[in-house]
Design a binder for this molecule. Structure first.
Ligand code: ADP
Ligand code: 5GP
Length: 207
C-alpha cells in the first residue's frame, strides 16, 4: 500500500549535535532522504557542494529567491540559508521521508506550509556542554562562537513550538529516540486511513 513520506523538521542550536545524530539516522533509516539546503556560507573543511549544502554566491541565492525555488529562506549569523521546494515535494510524493535540518524561523514557516510535518527540537544537556561542543568542533572563530551561543539561547525559547524534544546527551539514546518518533508518527491513525480502507474497515468518520 503506497503512503506518502513524512516531512520531518529538525532544529536545535548550532553545536548541539544535529549533524552527528542525523548522520546516524541516515545509516539506520533506509526510507529517509535529507533535503540539501542552499547557503551563502563558505564550505567547512570536508563539506561537499551538493551533499552538505548547495554553496551559492549572494547573486545566485538572490536569483533562487526570485525564481521561487525556495520554500523558505532566512538570514542566520550573516549568511543566507534556504530550502529548495522541488526536492521536498518530489521526495514525499515518491514515498520517502524527507528530513530538513533547519533553524527555528524556517521551521515555523515550514509548519505553516506543511501542517502535517513532524517537528523535533534537539537540545544540548547544558549551555556549558553546548559551548564545549562548538569549541571542540573547531570550525568557527571566537567571535562567531559568541554569536552562535547568543543565537542558541534565543532559539531555545521556541522549543515549545515543536512536537518533540530530544536531549542529545548520549548519542545512541538520542538516535534511538528520533527513530522511535518516526516509527510512532507513521503508526498514527490519520496517516493510515488508506490502509484501513484497503482492509475493508469502513467508518464514515475517516473522511
Ligand atoms: P550541529 O550539527 O548541531 O551544529 P555537530 O553535529 O557538528 O552539531 O556537533 C558539534 C560537536 O559536538 C561535534 O564535534 C560532535 O562530534 C560533538 N557531539 C555531537 N553529539 C555529541 C554528544 N552526544 N556527546 C559529545 N559530543 C557530541
Ligand atoms: P550551519 O552554518 O551550522 O551549517 O547552519 C546554521 C543554521 O542554519 C543551523 O541551525 C541549520 O539548521 C540552519 N539551516 C541550514 N539550512 C537551512 C535552511 O535551508 N533554512 C533554514 N531556515 N535554516 C537552515
Amino acid at each position: 500500500m503506497f503512503r506518502e513520506g513524512l516531512l520531518v523538521v529538525v532544529s536545535g542550536p548550532s553545536g548541539t549535535g544535529k549533524g552527528t545524530l542525523l548522520s546516524n539516522i541516515k545509516e539506520r533509516e533506509k526510507n529517509i532522504r535529507f533535503s540539501v539546503s542552499a547557503t551563502t556560507r563558505s564550505p567547512r573543511s570536508g563539506e561537499i557542494d551538493g551533499v552538505n549544502y548547495f554553496f551559492k554566491t549572494h547573486e545566485e541565492f538572490d536569483s533562487m529567491i526570485k525564481n521561487n525555488e525556495l520554500v523558505e529562506w532566512v538570514k542566520y549569523c550573516d549568511n543566507f540559508y534556504g530550502t529548495p521546494k522541488k526536492c521536498i515535494e518530489d521526495t514525499i510524493k515518491s514515498g520517502f521521508d524527507c528530513l530538513l535540518e533547519i533553524e527555528v524561523e524556517g521551521a515555523l514557516n515550514i509548519k505553516k506550509i506543511y501542517p502535517d510535518c513532524v517537528s523535533i527540537f534537539i537540545l544540548p544537556p547544558s549551555f556549558e556542554e553546548l559551548r564545549r561542543r562548538i569549541e571542540a568542533r573547531g570550525t568557527e572563530k571566537a567571535e562567531v562562537i559568541d554569536k552562535r551561543m547568543d543565537k542558541a539561547i534565543k532559539e531555545m525559547n521556541y522549543v515549545d513550538r515543536y512536537d518533540y524534544v530530544v536531549v542529545n546527551d548520549r548519542i545512541e539514546e538520542a538516535v534511538s529516540s528520533i527513530s522511535s518518533i518516526l516509527t510512532s508518527e507513521k503508526l498514527k491513525f490519520e496517516r493510515n486511513i488508506n490502509i484501513l480502507e484497503s482492509i475493508g474497515i469502513e467508518n464514515r468518520s475517516f473522511a
